[in-house]
Design a protein around this ligand. Structure first.
Ligand code: PMP
Length: 286
């Protein structure tokens, strides 16, 4: 299997990242996961924009143009023979021999690499009859609107769910009114009450590409979508739940902490169909 690293296609098994890379020593970097099918990279512009904006926010130089990245990604996908898979992109602040928190000199080249790998193994029953979810405290820092590689709290949350037989975690924080839900370890959540869809507002959580596509499509199709803080207490009164991400797409949720939901319910089915249609449209465009 090949990878793309700092301008060249390389052998993935080779040891290539110096030990003092700031991604390794400080988690000083960003990542993206894109869905790939039949040579097509879905929602490429959206993912690249998110990464570029965050790179600008953190002052990490962005080394290539969109077109260069797209061309090299396509080359890598073809070389690795990936039909149904994932494109992983990582950008770090580069190698810093000093291992000091202080930013390295301005001319330090960032580390940029891409992996093209087969789609992870997901039991299709999750889409048919719904995923099982467990809630877990959101222990993250205050920079969750960026897709940083500081994923230890997400790893903790997701593994809590796995150890209890679940598919994903639902993270929560607390304010004076009680626990409110934020997002999954690697997905965003939607809750359906009657015909109204509610999703946590972007308030220190990742603005998922899938989340924004689903909101837009639901609204376009006459479904009311409200973005606001949602308290864990409210889950008792919710009819349907679904989670969304690049890899999970739109996935019904049938249970949270032992409480059952209809999965997939009518609105969830609609969201699944609309997103499927949107993916087909995106595929047709390039
Ligand atoms: N939240 C978090 C914390 C994530 O890591 C992801 C996966 N990238 C998402 C939400 C979903 O984002 P997207 O739809 O862009 O894949």
């Amino acid at each position: 299997m090949k990878a793309f690293l700092n301008g060249a296609i390389v052998e993935k098994a080779d040891k290539m990242i110096p030990l003092e890379d700031r991604g390794l020593t400080f988690g000083d970097g960003l990542f993206e996961v894109l869905r790939v099918k039949d040579g097509h990279i879905f929602f490429f512009e959206d993912h690249l924009s998110r990464m570029r904006n965050s790179a600008e926010f953190f002052g990490i130089p962005f080394p290539y143009s969109r077109d260069e990245i797209k061309d090299r990604a396509r080359e890598l996908i073809a070389l690795n023979g990936i039909n149904d898979g994932e494109l992983y992109i990582e950008l770090t602040r580069g190698v810093d021999q000093n291992r000091e928190h202080k930013y390295p000199p301005k001319d330090t080249p960032p580390t940029f690499f891409m992996l093209a790998i087969p789609l992870r193994d997901i039991d299709p029953m999750n889409w048919k009859s719904g995923a099982i979810v467990f809630s877990f405290p959101d222990l993250r820092h205050g920079l969750c609107e960026h897709k940083t590689i500081n994923l230890l709290p997400n790893v903790l949350a997701k593994n809590y769910a796995y150890q209890h037989g679940g598919y994903e975690a639902l993270m929560y924080r607390e304010d004076l009114k009680g626990k409110y839900v934020t997002e999954g370890g690697s997905s965003n959540y939607f809750f359906v009450s009657g015909n109204i869809v509610i999703t946590p507002e972007i308030d220190n959580l990742l603005p998922g590409i899938t989340r924004s596509k689903v909101i837009e499509r639901l609204k376009k199709n006459g479904v009311q979508v409200i973005e606001r803080r949602i308290y864990h207490e409210e889950l008792k009164k919710v009819d349907e739940v679904f989670l969304v991400s690049t890899v999970s797409m739109v996935m019904p949720v049938r249970m949270i902490d032992g409480k059952n939901f209809k999965a997939p319910g009518q609105v969830t089915k609609k969201a699944m169909l609309l997103y499927q249609k949107l993916m087909e449209e995106d595929k047709g465009q390039h």
